[in-house]
Design a protein around this ligand. Structure first.
Ligand SMILES: [Zn+2]
Length: 68
């Protein structure tokens, strides 16, 4: 299987980081739990939900941490 040519016009940094993230880390659609690994556009191919990369820290979710 060959990769399609990268004909995507200049995407913003957020999109680039999002795609770089899902290319290396297993991620799932927050809406339908579809696997987003290897995603080529910031949109869920299953349900069409637009995606965005958010920066989070386990320390910020003190109410749900496994240590509480
Ligand atoms: Zn989805």
């Amino acid at each position: 299987m060959t990769e399609p040519p990268q004909s995507t016009p200049s995407t913003n940094n957020g999109t680039r980081h999002l795609l770089a993230f899902v290319a290396e880390c297993p991620a799932e659609c927050p809406v339908c739990d579809y696997s987003l690994r290897g995603l080529t556009q910031p949109r869920c191919p299953e349900c069409g939900a637009e995606l965005e990369l958010r920066v989070g820290s386990p320390a910020s979710t003190s109410a749900r941490g496994p240590w509480r």
